[in-house]
Design a protein around this ligand. Structure first.
Ligand SMILES: NC(=O)c1ccc[n+]([C@@H]2O[C@H](COP(=O)([O-])OP(=O)(O)OC[C@H]3O[C@@H](n4cnc5c(N)ncnc54)[C@H](O)[C@@H]3O)[C@@H](O)[C@H]2O)c1
Length: 438
């Protein structure tokens, strides 16, 4: 295939070398003549393992051309990868100056090109940039229509500096954010052979996934480092601790706990987090990320409260009261907190949880209700029907299959459903869905 690459930094130069290695003809475009000169001479503009040999080889093959002329590149290729830098502006926002200027330049050149061209953005871009900023800029400069005269898509780049050729050959997956099949087919032809899955998403999701991955990596590093600081103060070996934490692939390094839902609660996580913070404080160890977890959980609760109040309905039915599905444990349940807050706002409440029947609650749970929330006991109904009948808004805090099926049958057009957990397909709901997660 004939390919253009705009921006020959780490991402662009490695992509150029790897695509040329695979037999494609690649035209590299950069505004920096020094980089172009290096590549023309078969040398690499970035320091990366394997790049010296690879660049020399692909340039010698004659399949690599470099230029500052965007028009020349676009005229001689069918797909372009945009890999220019998107650094931080001084206020922390993303500086999109280079990519926006380039989009306008590409648009002006596309005006004179009759073939349908695919533009794959690979620079990291905040969600919405391709569809709301770059596509309109290209359409305005070219007078052409995306989806008909040219295609845009977003393909996040997952390579890491230092191991970028290896990462190019073994990505975790290929993600293509696109609104049409044509750009997906182009990228499938180029990357479909890689030993990983190719997922097609909306353009915005693809943009978001890149941020989410980077933020998750930063979170992991910070978690390990904060844990290590506390371990050091306690005389514990942080390497052994983190090594064994990482070896639990059921609960720790797994999909567990990574599904969006309601705030955490229960008898363990909140109290153990509080104890960790107290311990750290008593040893003069700062753990801002750990401390932030509690504030973030509270913000999630506040968001749910605002969502329920935002429906404007005064008769609320809570489906679920325990801190998670399948248990009757009410200790530090965010659903209990939510119930109390809504009562405090003067709303009428009815509560149903298949696992929580006041008559059968024992020990710590019963004591919890009697001492902490005695007024809640009177609101617990034994049948979901009663709750549905007495409510205009139904707040779903559990994803027990049987209860959800029953709820679907009981929904009436006046009901507004606020789901705090994944309740599956919401398209056929009789009432209005105002879910938190989607
Ligand atoms: N570096 C990484 O490991 C990595 C990994 C994944 C994603 N990304 C993202 O990819 C993008 C590129 O990152 P990078 O590290 O390769 O950047 P870089 O700064 O190394 O390279 C960007 C290149 O774009 C060129 N450029 C600027 N304006 C141009 C224009 N109008 N036309 C042609 N070229 C132009 C610059 O001269 C420079 O050579 C960024 O959005 C970054 O966030 C980087």
């Amino acid at each position: 295939m004939n390919i253009s690459i705009f921006g020959l930094g780490y991402v662009g130069a490695v992509s150029l070398a790897c695509l040329a290695r695979e037999g494609h003809n690649v035209i590299g475009v950069d505004v920096d003549p020094a980089k172009l000169e290096l590549i023309r001479g078969g040398r690499t503009p970035v320091v990366e393992e394997g790049m010296v040999e690879l660049m020399a080889k692909v340039v010698a093959s004659g399949r690599v051309v470099v230029t500052t002329d965007a028009g020349e590149a676009l005229r001689n290729s069918e797909v372009s990868f945009i890999c220019v830098g998107t650094p931080s502006a001084s206020n922390g926002s993303q500086d999109q100056g280079a990519v926006l200027r380039l989009a306008r330049e590409i648009g002006a050149e596309l005006k004179r090109i009759d073939r349908v061209h695919t533009l794959a953005f690979r620079s990291t871009l905040v969600p919405g940039t391709v569809e709301d900023v770059l596509r309109p800029a290209i359409e305005e400069a070219s007078g052409k229509k995306e989806g008909r005269d040219f295609h845009v898509c977003f393909q996040p780049e997952f390579l890491r500096e230092g191991s970028s050729i290896r990462d190019y050959d073994n990505p975790p997956y290929t993600i293509v954010g696109a609104n049409a099949e044509a750009p997906v087919q182009v990228l499938r032809r180029l990357f479909g052979h890689l030993p990983c899955d190719l997922h097609v998403t909306s353009v915005r999701s693809a943009e978001m996934i890149k941020y989410c991955c980077n933020n998750f990596h930063a979170l992991k590093i910070t978690f390990a480092n904060e844990t290590a600081r506390l371990c050091e103060a306690l005389g514990v070996d942080p390497f052994q601790v983190m090594d064994l934490v990482s070896r639990d692939t059921q609960l720790n390094i797994s999909k567990a706990y990574l599904k969006p839902g309601f705030a955490f609660g229960g008898s363990c996580l909140p109290k153990d987090l509080r104890a960790t913070l107290h311990l750290a404080k008593s040893h003069d160890v700062e753990l801002p990320m750990h401390a932030g977890i509690i504030a973030s959980n509270r913000a999630h609760l506040d968001h749910a409260i605002a969502k329920v109040l935002g429906t404007g309905k005064r008769r609320v039915g809570l489906v679920g009261l325990a801190f998670k599905t399948g248990t009757d444990d009410l200790r530090e349940s965010p659903m209990v907190f939510l119930a109390e807050h809504l009562i405090g706002k003067g709303l009428t409440l009815a509560v149903y949880d298949p696992e929580v029947h006041l008559s059968s609650l024992l020990g710590a749970n019963r004591r919890f209700i009697e001492t902490h929330v005695p007024h809640l006991g009177a609101l617990i109904a034994s049948k979901l029907e009663d709750v549905a009948e007495r409510s205009d808004v139904l707040v779903v805090g559990l994803n027990d299959k049987g209860t959800l099926e029953q709820l679907r049958r009981l929904l009436r057009p006046h009901h507004v459903v606020v789901s705090l957990v994944d309740i599956g397909d919401t398209s056929g709901l009789a009432g209005t869905h105002a879910g938190l997660c989607w």
